[in-house]
Design a protein around this ligand. Structure first.
Ligand code: PMP
Length: 383
């Protein structure tokens, strides 16, 4: 099996599994309990938090553990918005290409008649800064922008948007779920007020993530309780936190890993384009995070390509959101102005730390012979 779906989730290393298992076995107390089991858990939680904070470049008190990025995103937008409301700021601004779950929150806010605006993107998937400048005005409470897009891999201009948010007096939340682990990250220098991330995108367990919240920024909790300095209630998921810390500690030299993965991604895209006609890479000209390749083979429907990949033992995904049999084109490609039939042909191959040059060589040798006859038919059909 060749796993090219690292943007969906990543395989945990043996060290991560061991950290989770050892914590579940040996440190099963509740960190709020006063007896020795509780104190042991409290100590382990503090140690894991210190480790997470060290790798991410934040203070331990700036980390709020959550059940993942979806919850961190909700906490950031709802919590920062609620805290800013008294100052007469009500508007919330999202980019049009946020993660589907985050855009569902935007839709829920619209249904509650809250003022919500969206920043558009250019044809290459980069953020439209004119649209950002129009959307971010003095009535804005929160701007929520992803650091790297999960479908295209396109890097978003966090510094430019921070300048706009700062000038307007708005808070900036960045969903860095597809960025942390794929590119060097340091919260102290990142410039956002709040940053979401998720352990399972960087080799950690599912169901654990964090919101990093800059010291002194007011946030209204969405889950009440004494944990996480009253910012997120609920007994801490200590085994998962330990696995998250182990995954972050295991990242090592992120820049070196990223350049290796970017080379493999480029070799993959160039190899496919050499071997087959009509291979189009979405957002090819834009700055992209290492490892993400989003392409279409002519207008071959994604499911046809995915079926051939499956035949070869390659795990990948489409850009379409499939729900009960029907498929809708990706909202990201739609926002980029990609026509429906081309968007429904989009296939995402996402490489990661476990991807080898042999995996790419195999794919480049095995996939073109399976797709070439289909592409000829496809071209004939189009003509
Ligand atoms: N944001 C982005 C950009 C993502 O890619 C994902 C995961 N697909 C999420 C948020 C949600 O993360 P989680 O699974 O931790 O809730």
């Amino acid at each position: 099996m060749i796993y090219l779906d690292h943007n969906a989730t990543t395989p945990p290393s043996a060290g991560v599994v061991q950290a989770v298992l050892a914590t579940m076995t040996d440190v099963w107390g509740n960190a709020s309990s006063q007896h020795p089991h509780g104190q042991q858990a409290k100590g382990a939680l503090g140690a894991a938090r210190a480790s997470v904070a060290r790798v991410l470049g934040c203070k331990p008190s700036e980390t709020i553990f959550t059940s993942g990025a979806t919850e961190a995103n909700h906490l950031a937008v709802l919590g920062l918005h609620a805290a800013a409301r008294h100052a007469g700021r009500g508007r919330i601004v999202f980019s049009a290409v946020e993660h589907a779950g985050h855009l569902a929150l935007a839709q829920a806010l619209i249904a509650q008649r809250l003022p919500v605006d969206f920043i558009g993107v250019n044809a290459d998937g980069t953020l439209d800064l004119d649209s950002a400048a129009r959307a971010i005005g003095p009535d804005v409470a929160v701007v929520s922008l992803m650091a790297a897009n999960n479908e295209t891999g396109v890097l978003m201009p966090v510094d430019d948007v921070r300048a706009l948010a700062q000038a307007a007096g708005a808070r900036l939340h960045v969903d860095a779920t597809q960025f942390v682990g794929k590119a060097p990250f340091d919260f102290a220098r990142f410039g956002a007020d709040a940053v979401s991330l998720s352990a399972h995108k960087l080799g950690g367990p599912k169901g654990i993530g964090a919101l990093l919240l800059r010291q002194g920024i007011a946030l209204q909790p969405q889950l009440h309780g004494s944990q996480e300095r009253r910012r997120r209630g609920g007994t801490e998921n200590l085994p998962a936190v330990a696995g998250f810390a182990a995954a972050l500690e295991g990242l090592g030299d992120v820049a070196a890993k990223a350049s290796r993965i970017a080379q493999l991604r480029d070799a993959l895209e160039q190899g496919l384009q050499r071997a087959l006609p009509h291979v189009h890479v979405f957002a090819a000209g834009a700055p992209r995070v290492a490892g993400t390749s989003y392409l279409r083979f002519g207008a071959l429907p994604a499911e046809v390509v995915l079926q051939r990949l499956e035949q070869l033992g390659v795990c990948a995904s489409s850009g379409a959101a499939c729900s009960s049999g029907g498929s809708e084109p990706s909202h990201v490609l739609t926002a980029m102005g990609v026509p429906r039939d081309e968007a429904l042909a989009a296939v995402r191959l996402s490489l990661g730390a476990t991807t080898s040059a042999r995996d790419i060589d195999y794919l480049l040798a095995a996939l073109p012979p399976l797709l070439a006859p289909l592409l000829e038919n496809d071209a004939a059909h189009a003509a």
